[in-house]
Ligand binder design. Structure first.
Ligand SMILES: Cc1ncc(COP(=O)(O)O)c(C=O)c1O
Length: 435
């Protein structure tokens, strides 16, 4: 495969855009050297780059493109709305339509406010929790890698530059499935924790009683339970992971799969909290998610059309079934080539990822790079294994075949050293303190 065009453009990206991309997770440093395609087109589960290379893509739009690129009914809804204008001086009728569509599918929520990015929604939830409780501290799950671009969260990561120590000290961490670790935070910081923030599930399933335990601890300590459904929403279940696992959060946040790649996110939850951002109460008002583009009409049209597909077609079941087929095939191929212990396939079928371990069984970025190098070379673009509704069985089977070939190279590298097989430098974690 030839990446001449992408490689020619790369320096210009870095000259004009810090990091050469608008999301760190899309950066060149996340891909094998000289093999980071610059894309021009997507259709279904396929994308094409400036050199004309075609790839089967996984995790499209950082998991936002859940139906597939350029999904016809979503595009028609957007086109229709574009003709009517995208932003008025007063609320558009479509804002109410979208709120009704959303609240029909998310059972626990009584009110919703739309915004453009997931970070806005999660940070809005944290602000509501702080205002409601009159407290400053936030407890976040240490095993979940991302909640928001804002200081309250980024201050707790490996990249806290520019964030005051006073802000950083307000965010504390607990472990997933470990109620004692959460209880210890409440005990160590009495009447100070405003909110508990976590995703429903990553690669480890929730332990029995985990969510009930969080609910109990939040109630006992007067804290707000915030469930971040940015990834689980519209994948685990039509009503989110909260519907699948019967979770009772106070606030929950959605985005990504909500509008098939268009920029729409949502903060939803109990009226008592949400209405602090409104006018129907006597408490001090909260400045909640008020932005120029927050209710851009064509984004909401995309969300309504996307949610309609979820309701009318077997999207969620298909994501799980295709993921299951992929996981089973990859595990078999990995075992057949002797790399089963080195390339674990992790997560629920609707949202899979692959691990990469070296000969000693330690997580290895060079081995991840090698796997991606061999996959890209053969036409699979995958930093994750997250399927969309457009991945057909034959796309999955083709992917398994390509992985099988890549696994053979991986097995040889386990024997004779990864450096002999790598064509360039290794990838690095996206959130790190130095380049
Ligand atoms: C769980 C989770 N929450 C929040 C966010 C932030 O969403 P956005 O990138 O749309 O701001 C992300 C983004 O990856 C996420 O994975």
């Amino acid at each position: 495969m030839n990446f001449e065009g992408s490689n020619r453009l790369r320096p210009r990206y870095h000259e004009l855009i810090p990091g050469g991309a608008h999301t760190y997770a899309k950066g060149d440093d996340q891909y094998p050297e000289g093999m980071a395609p610059i894309l021009v087109r997507g259709e279904g589960c396929r994308v094409w780059d400036v050199d004309g290379n075609e790839f089967i893509e996984y995790g499209s739009g950082l998991r936002a493109v859940s139906l597939g690129h350029a999904w016809p009914s979503v595009l028609s809804a957007v086109h229709r709305q574009l003709e009517l204008g995208t932003n008025y001086v007063r609320p558009a009728r479509i804002e109410l339509e979208c709120a009704e569509s959303f609240l029909e599918v998310v059972p626990g929520a009584e009110m919703v406010k739309f915004c453009k990015d997931g970070s806005d929604a999660v940070s809005g939830a944290v602000k509501l929790a702080r205002a409601h409780t009159g407290r400053d501290m936030v407890a976040v799950c240490r095993n979940h890698p991302f909640f928001a671009v804002d200081d309250w969260f980024i201050g707790s990561t490996a990249m806290p530059a520019g964030i005051p120590a006073s802000t950083r000290s307000l965010t504390v961490q607990f472990d997933y499935n470990d109620l004692d670790s959460l209880e210890a935070l409440f005990d160590g910081n009495p009447d100070q924790i405003a909110a508990v923030v976590l995703e429903a599930e990553k690669y480890t399933p929730p332990a029995p009683g985990w969510f009930e335990g969080i609910r109990r601890l939040c109630d006992r300590n007067g804290a707000v339970f915030i469930l971040d459904e940015m990834i689980t929403g519209f994948r685990w279940h039509l009503g989110g992971a909260q519907a699948r696992y019967d979770i009772r959060p106070d606030l929950s946040t959605f985005g990504k799969a909500m509008a098939n790649g268009f920029s729409v996110s949502a903060l939803a939850g109990r009226r008592e909290l949400m209405q602090l951002g409104g006018l129907d109460h006597d408490r001090e008002r909260v400045f909640l998610l008020s932005t120029t583009h927050g209710a851009e009409t064509h984004g909401l049209a995309a969300a309504i059309a996307t949610m309609k597909v979820y309701r009318e077609a077997p999207v969620i079941e298909t994501l799980w079934a295709r993921g299951e087929r992929l996981a089973t095939g990859l595990r078999t191929a990995a075992a057949d080539t002797g790399v089963g212990d080195h390339v674990p396939i992790l997560g629920p079928p609707c949202c899979l990822v692959f691990g990469s371990r070296d000969a000693e069984g330690n997580p290895s970025q060079p081995f991840r790079t090698l796997l991606m190098q061999e996959l890209i070379e053969r036409g699979v673009l995958a930093t994750s294994l997250v399927v969309s509704y457009s991945h057909s069985e034959s796309d999955i089977d083709r992917t398994i075949g390509i992985f099988g070939e890549a696994f053979e190279v991986y097995a040889r590298a386990l024997e004779d050293g990864v450096d002999r097989h790598l064509k360039g430098r290794s990838v690095k974690p996206a959130i790190r303190p130095y380049a």
